[in-house]
Design a protein around this ligand. Sequence first.
Ligand code: FAD
Length: 276
Amino acid sequence: MNLPLSFEFFPPKTPEGAEKLRMARQALYAHKPEFCSVTFGAGGSTQDGTFGTVGEILAEGVPAACHFSCVGATKATVRQQLTTLQIMGVKRLVALRGDLPSGYGAGGEFHYASDLVAFIRAETGDAFRIEVAAYPEVHPQARSADADLKAFVQKVKAGADSAITQYFFNADAYYRFVDDVQALGVDVPIVPGIMPIISSTQLMRFSDACGAEIPRWIRLRLQGFGDDTASIKSFGLDVITGLCEQLYAAGVPGIHFYTMNQAAATTEIIGRLQRT
Ligand code: FAD
């Protein structure tokens, strides 16, 4: 398999978490990622941790993408953070609207990710390669599937270079999304985001929140395993490797792994793909 790979991490909260993440990164670097990305908490919750982890990845000699969300932010703050990222040597951003943690009021000077993309381009020209989020199974707050598709096209037209999808298990939803976007005249690479199945409860919680559909047969099989984590992991590896094989055969432009700061499952999936 010769496909660009990227790995996503979240900023660790403790020194132990940071050390575990360093070890996970070293294991994953063996697969020569095109870049590693670090998530960003809206409303200021994890921004220092994000910038710190991005700095560590750059210092390890690996290209880093900084996720950057704009909800609740002012133009002055965003301008300042973009300058910091440029000084750090960051060349790639994942530009997002984000979600405010509960308890934060609305406000801020950006409404949608497309506003942020346009602002980054106006302020910094081509200093950054800009990725945006794509939702093959439709963003949960979208007015309609059609409105969501148009919102995606608007983000690209505002200046995004490529996109990473929310994770999905239905490859057909991804193919359809790519076809629909192309029919609207947009031809940027749309890289599938892949979530290894590590824990059944975690997957159910995330999927309910982000609108990724777990097919009935997968949900029922996972429920049937109960607390048997070995069976969950083994089943998850089969399902996700199969999904990646299908996507690879269909000619996807790359694969982005939501690693959950763990190397084992992602490494095993890549190893299996390389053996096929
Ligand atoms: P947008 O593209 O702005 O879309 C948000 C909603 O608004 C959609 O329903 C869309 O249909 C609608 N919309 C957009 N434009 C318009 C318009 N002009 N008029 C009407 N409706 C419109 N979250 C984090 O907090 N931190 C992260 O690091 C992070 N990383 C992510 C990485 C990836 C690859 C993905 C797929 C998601 C990530 N998220 C992250 C989650 C993301 O922030 C949420 O899904 C958020 O709710 C939407 O962000 P967005 O950038 O997709 O928003």
